[in-house]
Design a protein around this ligand. Structure first.
Ligand SMILES: Nc1ncnc2c1ncn2[C@@H]1O[C@H](COP(=O)(O)OP(=O)(O)OP(=O)(O)O)[C@@H](O)[C@H]1O
Ligand SMILES: [Mg+2]
Length: 319
């Protein structure tokens, strides 16, 4: 069955997440809009990428997707039911897992690899025999057979990320949220971990929500990509469509400024300058202050979604 027809596993319905900030002890309260009205569907077994500049809300969206944060408004549905808060004991426990950027801080330094990997199984009340069998199988799947007795500091950075992958997949989750899983690794180890993630996806069939600021990494891993800008999804496109005919000016700018992207000599990098503050998002289209195609309407009216080719849609007045 093609992925585009697989049943939905994770659905965001108009999800907004605000953070309350206060300047100083008696200072005025401010509200930061980290995720603004995001809707999308992740299908079973799909690899969905999420790209965008630093601070645009990718990690916040990832934390919402695994129940580590709850929406301020809107709904997150997992397998058709409202996603409960993450934690042992919930019905979704072990069915959504997360892999973080820095394996050193996501693994307990005082736990041997074996017990770190087995921990999510313990939270699901698996029997001792089942835990042993599944943990050994995962150690082997990530290429660390026989090394389960070591502590995290006795591994290299790449090996530590392998442990994090094993830990995330040991419960055979439906969804794995990967937040910049290779950004802290050097290029050759990056390739090993990405290949491992693809390999384990073939074997265990989780859906990935794969967060990265690196277009090349997302292009390698994902068949569909969401482009995020200032808390909003501005384009949702199959990988090949995005890479050959990106619709939104922001997606085009991201590709043009990516090292492996289509660098055009005649255009200066469009992404010079800082994005606006999420404390005071601009009215209209959030990208208009930096957009080379901005017109009067872009300053006042938020653009609606437009389909530009089958499966590809973007929010831009100038399409
Ligand atoms: N717990 C929090 N409290 C207050 N503000 C937060 C919190 N978490 C995130 N933010 C703010 O929300 C916005 C989005 O942050 P987020 O970490 O989601 O961005 P990101 O896209 O993952 O960035 P990066 O690529 O640098 O990891 C930022 O402006 C950030 O400062
Ligand atoms: Mg982040």
């Amino acid at each position: 069955m093609p992925i585009t027809q697989a049943p939905p596993i994770l659905v965001f319905e108009n999800v907004t997440r605000l953070f309350d900030l206060r300047r100083g002890f008696f200072g005025e309260r401010q509200t930061l809009v980290a995720v603004a009205g995001v809707s999308f569907t992740l299908r079973r077994g799909e690899s969905l990428g999420l790209v965008g500049e630093s601070g645009c809300g990718k990690s916040t969206l990832g934390r919402l997707a695994c129940g580590l944060l709850s929406p301020s408004s809107g709904r997150t549905l997992f397998d058709g039911r409202p996603l409960p808060e993450a934690g042992a004991g919930s019905w979704a426990s072990g069915r959504i897992q997360m892999i973080f950027q820095d394996p050193s801080s996501s693994l307990n330094p005082r736990r041997r690899a074996y017990s770190s990997i087995a921990e999510p199984l313990a939270a699901r009340n698996s029997s001792r025999a089942e835990r042993r069998e599944k943990t050994e199988a995962m150690l082997e799947a990530v290429g660390l057979k026989g090394m389960g007795n070591r502590y995290p500091h006795e591994f290299s950075g790449g090996q530590r990320q392998r442990i994090a992958v094993a830990r995330a997949l040991v419960t055979h989750p439906d969804v794995v949220v990967c937040d910049e899983p290779v950004s802290s690794l050097d290029a050759s180890v990056q390739a090993q971990i990405l290949n491992l993630l693809r390999d384990v996806q073939e074997r265990f069939a989780p859906a990935y929500l794969f967060i990265s600021h690196d277009m090349a990494v997302v292009g390698f891993m994902c068949e569909r990509v969401l482009v995020m800008y200032l808390g909003q999804i501005v384009e949702d496109a199959p990988r090949d469509a995005l890479f050959t005919k990106a619709a939104h000016p922001y997606s085009q700018a991201l590709l043009d400024s990516a090292p492996g992207g289509r660098w055009k000599k005649e255009f200066p990098p469009l992404l010079a300058g800082e994005p606006p503050s999420p404390l005071a998002p601009p009215p209209g289209c959030p990208f208009h202050p930096r957009c080379p195609k901005a017109a009067a309407i872009c300053r006042t009216e938020a653009p609606a979604w437009k389909e530009t080719s089958p499966g590809q849609r973007a929010r831009c007045h100038r399409l």
